[in-house]
Design a protein around this ligand. Structure first.
Ligand SMILES: Nc1ncnc2c1ncn2[C@@H]1O[C@H](COP(=O)(O)OP(=O)(O)O)[C@@H](O)[C@H]1O
Ligand SMILES: N[C@@H](CC(=O)OP(=O)(O)O)C(=O)O
Length: 425
């Protein structure tokens, strides 16, 4: 029993969908397989734009129409028969989406976000399901909201592992014995049948949840890169591929921002020793990277950049020393507005945190504890992390940058700096 996850890049157009069919058709027929799929290309960003416009009372129809035409063009290329049920399924998704957008309430931003944004994965999984069907790969389309149960933490649903495991075992496992299953990444369902999402780029995590609940032999995430590299090739030069990486190393890389793997993906797999393969959907014959339970010597330094950061500093209004009581008030407030702290440091009179920047959440934070603290912030900033650093790797990144905050442990070197025109000078 295996789980495959195909992300946005691997379903971005008709050729990409055909490529998935090619990869799947090379598997032995007896292989039990769950295929987890993300929204096509940049659909999630497009839906966020539609949603924002609709919520602000602006004309969202052209943006929605562009999204519909993008999917329609892929469908027309893949399905020459206009009678194929995919046409009705896709039309129904867009009708329901338009209806939701017309009846938005002014409040409940996060809750309604999930109802809108989740359509991307419903659409892509329906298209893939029908395409495989027409190509002779009989498969079952699973609405994962019936299995993957979360609480009602909108946009970051927390998984009910007991319920999900029980549903996966009783509903999904028997189907898998008969045929391949196609389902959605990124989305889940609450007890009362509402849709949730697991956080942006959360489809890798969904796939890991299915792998965990099924005690799968492995999870493979298919990417547009040859495997897990020591840096993002879109940002850094001279990258190298790791052949194998230990779970803990991969967990740390993902945590620090190596966006090729969603940060929550590896823990569930590690807890059951399920190997995670990162492979290229462009060159499926190549080995990629395996993340598993292994011991290896210190690996090549990895370079990680988190963009769109802000540095918040807190000073007590009476200019008192920063005490544990102050820290407790700051942490509670940061947690309540759901800002994500990536690095922190305190000094006699101030406490600084580097967070993913979100204007609305920073304003909420100022409203909640602005009476106790002088709060200042600086953005946009970059957070760099070098794992397994050495002198040369630090010089490579620090060179010529204005550093606002810096920290190092035995394995990890991190600093916050202002963005510069090029990442590597
Ligand atoms: N350490 C890394 N190794 C490989 N790719 C990385 C790394 N860090 C960031 N990336 C980026 O991750 C991208 C693939 O992940 P992602 O865009 O989430 O794929 P998908 O959405 O198709 O699942 C690559 O194109 C690459 O730019
Ligand atoms: N479509 C969602 C979930 C996801 O994981 O996508 P991808 O696998 O393309 O990163 C997003 O873009 O956030």
């Amino acid at each position: 029993m295996k789980v495959f996850k195909f992300g946005g890049a691997s379903v971005k157009d008709a050729a990409a969908v055909r490529n998935i069919f090619r990869i799947l058709s090379q598997l032995p027929e007896s292989e039990e397989l769950v295929v987890v799929v993300s929204a096509m290309g940049k659909t999630t960003n497009a839906l966020e734009d539609v949603y924002q416009k609709a919520h602000q009372g602006q004309d969202f129809v052209p943006a929605l129409e562009a999204c519909r035409q993008y999917h329609q063009a892929i469908v027309q290329e893949l399905f020459p028969d206009p009678g194929c049920p995919v046409y009705a399924d896709v039309a129904a998704q867009f009708q329901e989406l338009a209806q939701t957008l017309k009846t938005l309430q002014p409040d409940h931003w996060d809750q309604q976000y999930d109802q809108v944004i989740s359509r991307g994965e419903l659409l892509s999984s329906l298209i893939l399901h029908h395409f495989l069907q027409t190509q002779g790969i009989s498969n079952f389309w699973l609405d994962c909201r019936t299995c993957l149960r979360t609480d009602a933490t909108w946009r970051e649903g927390r998984v009910d592992w007991d319920y999900t495991e029980q549903q996966v075992q009783t509903v999904l496992r028997p189907v898998l014995k008969q045929q391949l299953v196609v389902t959605q990444g990124f989305i889940g369902g609450t007890q009362d049948g509402q849709t949730t999402t697991l956080g942006r780029e959360g489809s890798d995590y969904s796939a890991a949840i299915f792998a965990f609940c099924l005690n799968a032999a492995s999870l493979t995430i298919w990417k547009d890169v040859p495997g897990l590299l020591n840096a993002d090739p879109k940002l850094f030069k001279d990258v190298t591929r790791y052949e194998e990486v230990a779970y803990q190393e991969a967990i740390e890389m993902a945590y620090y921002g190596a966006s090729v793997i969603h940060p929550k993906t590896v823990q569930p797999l590690a807890s059951k020793c399920i190997p995670l393969y990162v492979k290229s959907f462009l060159h499926p014959e190549q080995p990629g990277t395996v993340i598993h339970d292994c011991q290896h010597d210190k690996i090549a330094p990895s370079f990680i950049l988190k963009q769109n950061q802000c540095l918040l500093s807190f000073k007590a209004k009476d200019l008192g020393f920063i005490s544990e009581e102050h820290l407790s008030a700051i942490f509670q407030a940061v947690h309540a507005v759901r800002l994500k702290i990536n690095m922190m440091q305190n000094s006699a009179l101030s406490f600084s945190v580097c967070c993913d920047y979100d204007e609305a959440r920073v304003q909420q934070l100022k409203e909640s504890i602005g009476d106790q603290f002088i709060i200042k912030y600086n953005q946009p900033l970059h957070l760099f992390t070098i794992q397994n650093y050495d002198k040369a790797s630090i010089l490579r990144l620090v060179n010529g940058r204005e550093i606002l905050m810096e920290q190092r442990t035995r394995h990890t070197f991190q600093f916050v700096a202002r963005p510069t025109e090029t990442i590597e000078h």
